[in-house]
Design a protein around this ligand. Sequence first.
Ligand code: OGA
Ligand code: NI
Length: 340
Amino acid sequence: MEKLISGRSHLPFVPESFILPPESRPGQTKFPPCDSIPVIDLGGQQLGFDRAQLVKQIIQASQEFGFFQLTNHGVSEKLMHDVLDVANEFFGLPAKDKESLYSEDPKQTCRVHTSINYDREKVHYWRDNLRHPCHPLEEHMPFWPEKPPHYREVIGSYSAGVRKLSLWILDLIGEGLGLESGYFRDELSQVQFISVNHYPPCPDPSLTLGLPKHCDPNLITLVLQGKVQGLQVLKDGQWLAVEPLPNAFVVNIGYMLQIMSNGKLSSAEHRVMTNKEVARTTVSSFLYPSNTCRVGPLKTLLCDCIRPLYRDFVFKDFLSTYADDTPVGVPPLERYKIQY
Ligand code: OGA
Ligand code: NI
């Protein structure tokens, strides 16, 4: 349990086991917030808005950046605020309250852990995490934390709201790819996880990362990042800092959408910087295919002149190779690429 960073009293220096090898250190820690990552305003919906234009914006952002932000998305400001409060309160609980949920076993449904794979990795990352499934709600909620007292109620409303929004974005993406309506709504998006990341202040952010460079293995991720900067996206070899916009969601295209769209959409590598002054807490919602779902480039996007870039697979097999490849720096899509 003493493994949780939030459980250690203020560390005056970065412990050896968290110091990255020189080539992976972020070094320079001042990255100005980047204003080129697209911000898509969904507020026009009520006013006879131009749906085709919105589809175009989303597809373009997903192609060029694999990331965009959403404003005026319909999830209430109060709820977003309450979610960040309850997430912060959770990591502020006394150690014994978090202890009962601590597990190194990724198969444990609701669990608290730290870094990525603490017992197997060479270097640790500066984050604590609480993660659990949340769809369908009734099935999973009884396993969620009982403290803080509002956790289940707040995260319950939030995960349902964010699921609805994610499915709507997937509908728009489907439309942009020319798919039949509701294409992603079945087993492709059956599984939803909420992941609460907590990055305590770090004595020397130039030596560590909260999360290493990675792409998410799912379809689509919505991140609520509060006011503190830390998330960065790799674009054309440059790290861009995602600006924390009030009440916005950061949307991130996962590997599954890159594969299904046969590379038309891209899943961008991203990482999390730590900072010296304040703790940063984020709440992400991940939509995943069910374990037995077959995934591959969509047949409707292929023809004689457009060949599939990836081979088909069963999703749970992908998750397993992703978990093997990512920590050792092997690009997880390599083994699925078709060589012509
Ligand atoms: C993740 C992730 C970003 C953040 O959990 O996969 O990229 O800012 N999180 O916490
Ligand atoms: Ni991520």
